[in-house]
Design a protein around this ligand. Structure first.
Ligand code: GDP
Ligand code: IMO
Ligand code: MG
Length: 420
C-alpha cells in the first residue's frame, strides 16, 4: 500500500518535517516529481538539514529511499546533498535508489531557465532558476536525457546534440554567460551519479509493494503550484497532486491509500502569481518574521497571508485528501485576532470555487475572524492542553473542509507534533 504526503498550498508547508516524522512507519520513501526547486527542512537533533532531491526518509536506518521517474535530477545538487547527509554518518549509498527513467537537468537547462526569466517583455514566474521548466519541456518534447542513458556508450554524443539545440535557443534569447564551469562540474557529478543503485523504478517499487512493504510518497511544491490545477502560468512544471504519484512512480491508483495533506496554519507563496489572502500590512510582516518565512532553496522572502479555505477545499478535492496535518500553528501564538478566507468575491459575486485564470481577476477574499489564543503552544504535548480559542479555529477548519485535521505541528522540532 502507498500513502502520500503532499503540500496543499504554494509549497513550503513543512512536508520535510512531516515525512521525516511519518517515515518510521514505512519501509520505503519515494519522491515522485519536482527537483532541486524543492527545499525540505529537517531537524536532526538541533542541526538543520535542507533536502532538495533526496527523500526525507534518508535519516532513518534501513529505510529505502527512491528518486522516482517523475523527478528531474540535478547531479551536482545531488552530490552536494549527499555530502551534507553523509556528514551525519548516514551511509546514503546503501539506501538511496534512483529510477533509470528519471530525467537529468543539464547545465543548459539551468541556463535556459535563467534566460527565459530574464527575457524582457515576458511575464516573470519567479522560478527558482534550477532548470526545472526547461527539463520538463525536453521530457514532454521527447528530447531529454535520463539517468539510464548514463550507462549508454553514446551518452556524450547525445549530450552534445542536445547542447547544440539548447545553444541555438540560448542565442535567440541573447544569453551569453559562459557555462563551461557548470559543465565541468556536471560531468564530474555524473561520475558520482553512476556509482548509485540505478534501478528500473516501476518494477522495483511494485515488487516492494507486492512483498507487503509500506510506501510513503513525498510530494514537492504544493497543489496550487500544480501545472494543471495551480495558478497557471505561475506554477511549477509537474503534477504535484496525488495523481502525480501514479505517473511519477509507476504505481496504479488503487494502490494509493491515505492522502495526507499538509497545510500551514496561514499561507505563504514565494515567487510571482495570484495570492488572494496576501497581507501587505504589519500582519504580513509579523507572519514572515515570526515564521522565518524566507525560502529554503533561494532565500527569497516569502509572501504571507491568511489561510485560504477556498484553495484548501479545492486541494482536498483534486487530491482526495483523507487527513490533514496543520503546521506552524505556533506562529499564530502572538496574534490578537486571526482570519481565514471562507469565500471569494469576484465582480460582486461570492464564490467558494477556484476560478479559471485567477491572475486576470480582481479577487476579494471574504474572511471569518477568530480571537487569537495569545499563548505559547510550543511546549504543549497533548492536544487536550491547547487553548479553547485554538480548538475553535481547528474545529471550524475541519468542518469547512470536511476532512479531519489529524496532527498539529507546534514547532520545527521532531517532537513538536500533537495528535488531534
Ligand atoms: P517544505 O518545503 O514543505 O518541506 O517546507 P520548508 O522546509 O521549505 O519550510 C518549512 C519551514 O518551517 C522549515 O524551516 C521548518 O523547519 C519549519 N517548520 C515546520 N513545521 C513547523 C512548525 O510547526 N512550527 C515552526 N515554527 N516551524 C516549522
Ligand atoms: P517545496 O517542495 C515553494 C515556485 C517558485 C516559482 C514557481 C516555479 O520546498 O515546497 P520552478 O523553479 O519550479 O520553475 O518555479 O514555483 N516553487 C516553490 N515554491 N516551495 C517549493 O518547493 C517550490 N518549488 C517551486 O518560487 O514561483
Ligand atoms: Mg520548501
Amino acid at each position: 500500500m502507498v500513502d502520500v504526503i503532499l503540500g496543499m498550498q504554494w509549497g513550503d508547508e513543512g512536508k520535510g518535517k512531516i515525512v521525516d516524522f511519518f517515515a518510521k512507519d514505512y519501509q520505503l520513501v519515494a519522491r515522485f516529481q519536482g527537483g532541486p526547486n524543492a527545499g525540505h527542512t529537517l531537524y536532526i537533533g538541533d542541526k538543520k538539514v535542507v533536502l532538495h532531491q533526496i527523500p526525507s526518509g534518508i535519516f532513518h536506518e534501513n529505510k529505502i529511499n527512491l528518486i522516482g521517474n517523475g523527478v528531474v535530477l540535478d547531479a551536482i545538487t545531488l552530490q552536494k546533498e549527499c555530502a551534507a547527509v553523509g556528514s551525519f554518518g548516514i551511509d546514503y549509498k546503501k539506501n538511496l535508489f534512483i529510477s533509470d527513467r528519471t530525467h537529468l537537468i543539464l547545465p543548459t537547462h539551468r541556463a535556459l531557465d535563467k534566460a527565459s526569466e530574464l527575457t524582457k517583455g515576458k511575464e516573470k514566474i519567479g522560478s527558482t532558476l534550477k532548470g526545472i521548466g526547461p527539463t520538463y519541456m525536453d521530457k514532454t518534447g521527447r528530447n531529454g536525457l535520463r539517468v539510464g542513458d548514463l550507462l549508454d556508450k553514446n551518452f556524450t554524443t547525445q549530450y552534445i546534440k542536445l547542447r547544440l539545440k539548447h545553444q541555438r535557443l540560448l542565442d535567440s534569447l541573447n544569453f551569453n554567460e559562459d557555462i563551461s564551469a557548470w559543465e565541468e562540474e556536471f560531468f564530474d557529478a555524473l561520475e558520482f551519479l553512476r556509482s548509485f543503485k540505478i534501478v528500473n523504478g516501476e518494477y522495483f517499487i511494485n515488487e516492494k509493494i507486492a512483498e507487503g512493504k509500506k510506501v510513503l510518497a513525498e510530494g514537492a511544491q504544493g497543489s496550487m503550484l500544480d501545472v494543471d490545477f495551480g495558478t497557471f502560468p505561475f506554477v511549477t512544471s509537474s503534477n504535484t497532486i496525488s495523481a502525480g504519484v501514479c505517473t511519477g512512480l509507476g504505481i496504479a491508483p488503487q494502490k494509493i491509500n491515505e492522502v495526507i495533506g499538509i497545510t500551514k496554519a496561514y499561507c505563504t507563496r514565494v515567487g510571482e502569481g495570484p495570492f488572494p489572502t496576501e497581507l501587505l500590512d504589519e500582519n504580513g510582516n509579523y507572519l514572515r518574521n515570526a515564521g522565518n518565512e524566507f525560502g529554503s532553496t533561494t532565500g527569497r522572502p516569502r509572501r504571507c497571508g491568511w489561510m485560504d479555505l477556498v484553495a484548501l477545499k479545492f486541494a482536498c478535492m483534486i487530491n482526495g485528501v483523507t487527513q490533514i496535518v496543520m503546521t506552524k500553528a505556533d506562529i499564530l501564538d502572538g496574534l490578537d485576532e486571526l482570519k481565514v478566507c471562507k469565500s471569494y468575491s469576484i465582480n460582486g459575486e461570492e464564490t467558494q470555487k477556484i476560478p479559471f485564470q485567477m491572475n486576470r481577476l480582481e479577487i476579494n477574499a471574504l474572511y471569518q475572524t477568530f480571537e487569537g489564543w495569545k499563548t505559547d503552544i510550543t511546549q504543549i504535548h497533548q492536544y487536550n492542553a491547547i487553548p479553547q480559542t485554538m480548538k475553535k479555529y481547528v474545529d471550524y477548519l475541519c468542518q469547512y473542509l470536511g476532512v479531519p485535521i489529524k496532527y498539529i505541528s507546534n514547532g520545527p522540532g521532531r517532537d513538536q507534533l500533537l495528535a488531534v
